[in-house]
Design a protein around this ligand. Structure first.
Ligand code: AMP
Length: 340
């Protein structure tokens, strides 16, 4: 079984990324069997659709890599790499774009969401699902562990694969399946119905601490009802966010206390901070070392380059197969693929 997933370096990784994706990626990397492999990439090409500040992009790529390593991704078993270290995905995206109807992309809810929230609608943002499909198929992935917001993109990949293979009467590309985490949609700090997202400014960073953590947690929107008033836990963003850290029994206990009355929003916020310190404290220190020391940065660079080289070999083989399917044997030869 081959697993593939990516994360954009377009902002500091947040609790939505962690509970929706990263936690699952780390666990997957640690439980890979002898016939399994896992590819995790930092989607820097994708990030250009929202981040156009070179210094910021550099820092965020390092941040995402450090986040994965600090949280315990097993980099001896799984590959961690930068998307741009595998330029073959851009060529593959072009091939896929020639068999993808405009209608398919127009149905992408993530594009519509982003534009409705005021993001400039570049061509890159619109064709994002094609590049994402190229990322997925380049490595012959079987399973794509993602949050709910990305599920539709994996389904679109399915469609593109079917079209490509049918157009060229070849089984050139493999169809992947998505896999949701147990918490596939983490709400934002603004409301229980919003999605936590770097684009919407409603995040809590995984590694925030001290005053910064307090500021982010205090920004969770609540109302003016006093502690003694009974509340429906499911309607509260502050409870939904705390619940991410609770066991089943703990959750039932907090829910009951909220329904009875007697729990204030301040109590919930304080508990979130305590849980975050407990869960991320050690990883926070590891991340700090990786990001701020020359030794740490070198360590990350070694991991990323090793991952990039291995991923590129696989992507080149897939791309050569596609070039042969479409009749561009010269391009396949350039990649080292055998002529048709
Ligand atoms: P992105 O930062 O958009 O590249 O997302 C990286 C991964 O985090 C993807 O698998 C997303 O599905 C997941 N993710 C992002 N935001 C959330 C959220 N609010 N809840 C659950 N998963 C999320």
């Amino acid at each position: 079984m081959r697993f593939l997933s990516g994360i954009q370096p377009s902002g500091t990784p947040h609790l939505g990324n962690y509970f929706g994706a990263i936690l699952q990626h780390v666990e997957t990397s640690r439980s890979l069997g002898p016939d399994d492999s896992a590819f995790f990439f930092i989607a820097d090409y994708h990030a250009l659709t929202t981040t156009q500040d070179p210094e910021k992009l550099r820092a965020l790529v390092t941040d995402v890599a450090a986040t994965y390593v600090a949280l315990g991704l097993d980099v001896d078993k799984a590959l961690l790499f930068r998307q741009s270290d595998v330029p073959e995905v851009c060529e593959l995206a072009w091939l896929l774009s020639t068999v993808t109807g405009m209608g398919l992309l127009e149905r992408a809810t993530s594009y519509k969401d982003k534009v409705s929230k005021g993001l400039a609608s570049s061509v890159g943002l619109f064709t994002y699902p094609i590049l994402m499909a190229a990322d997925i198929v380049a490595y012959d992935s079987d399973v794509v562990p993602v949050g709910q917001d990305q599920q539709q993109h994996v389904e679109m990949t399915h469609d593109m694969v079917v079209h490509f293979n049918a157009t060229y009467h070849a089984e050139a590309l493999k169809r992947p399946e998505w896999k949701l985490s147990p918490t596939p949609r983490v709400c934002g700090t603004d409301s229980v119905s919003s999605k936590m997202s770097k684009s919407y400014n409603n995040t809590i960073s995984i590694f925030a601490d001290g005053k910064d953590l307090k500021k982010q947690v205090n920004a969770i929107v609540t109302d003016s009802r006093p502690p003694e008033v009974a509340k429906d836990p499911l309607s509260l963003a502050v409870f939904q966010l705390l619940a991410l850290f609770l066991s089943v029994d703990e959750r039932a206990d907090w829910e009951q206390r909220l329904r009875q009355g007697g729990v204030g929003y301040g109590d919930l916020k304080k508990e979130i901070m305590t849980r975050m310190d407990a869960r991320f404290g050690e990883a926070r220190a590891r991340r700090q070392h990786l990001v701020t020391t020359a030794q740490g940065q070198e360590e990350l660079e070694i991991v990323l380059q090793r991952g990039g080289r291995a991923a590129r070999r696989v992507a080149a083989t897939t791309l050569a197969r596609c070039y042969r399917a479409v009749g561009m044997d010269n391009a396949a030869r350039r990649l080292g693929g055998a002529p048709a």
